[in-house]
Design a protein around this ligand. Structure first.
Ligand SMILES: [Zn+2]
Length: 237
């Protein structure tokens, strides 16, 4: 789904933005915020609070400020069925749309438009599968939404395969993939350091078969609490 942004493991530009280096000329406007706008089927109190908590937790990860931006986006511009978005935005707007998705999906997420310079997204969309949602424990909704909000921010979504310096090696002649039997490991030094700091072990980080996610089953829970949103097949979820 969402071919425009389809991609895999996050690379340098996003890391720079997350660490505050991306918006060199940006005025300091306070902490980064995410504004959730719910669409679609009504959401119960518990999953709604999980979505809002996920938004708070993910926004707290972003060191760069959200540079206020004026937008005039017609309805349906980013994805069919999305409403128009107009005015001055001071937070990342994420449409969380509750709708029926394929049975093997909990949710999908993607950014829609980016700031110049920092490449931090301006708005995005998460589709949350309405089927079975009421049976999901709150922690699974929280984990899923953290995963999808990170996709909205660009993690795993903003780089085409041939432009990911860390995967193809064509951009900077550095390749951070290593095969180990049937498993592909991601071995970029900073990523491995973060993985180890969270309790991960081994020569690198095991990836899912599509190379788009850390393999959920191989990670310690704290570093990869994303099982509900993990991939089956090739698209970003
Ligand atoms: Zn995903």
């Amino acid at each position: 789904m969402k071919a425009w942004w389809r991609g895999g493991v996050a690379a340098g530009a996003l890391a720079a933005a997350l660490l505050g280096a991306g918006g060199a000329g940006a005025a300091s406007t306070g902490p980064f915020g995410i504004e959730v706008r719910f669409l679609g089927a009504p959401l119960g109190a518990a999953p709604r609070s999980a979505v809002n908590e996920a938004a708070r937790r993910v926004s707290a990860l972003i060191a760069s400020p959200f540079e206020p931006v004026r937008v005039d986006v017609p309805a349906g511009e980013c994805d069919r069925g999305l409403p128009a978005l107009r005015g001055r935005l001071t937070r990342l707007v994420v449409f969380v749309r509750v709708k029926r998705l394929d049975d093997d999906l909990y949710a999908t997420g993607m950014p829609c438009d980016l700031h110049d310079g920092s490449f931090l997204p301006i708005y995005g969309v998460v589709d949350l599968n309405s089927s079975g949602l009421s049976d999901l424990p709150r922690t699974d909704v929280l984990d899923t939404m953290i995963h999808e909000f990170l996709h909205v921010l660009g993690v795993g979504t903003l780089w085409e395969r041939d432009a990911r310096v860390s995967l193809s090696g064509e951009q900077d002649e550095r390749v951070f993939l290593r095969r180990q039997g049937k498993i592909t490991l991601y071995v970029a030094p900073r990523a491995v350091a973060a993985f180890r700091a969270l309790g991960g072990q081994g020569a690198g980080i095991p990836l899912d078969p599509d190379l788009g996610h850390w393999a959920g089953g191989s990670c310690v829970r704290r570093c990869c609490p994303v099982r509900p949103g993990s991939t089956r097949g090739g698209s970003i979820r």
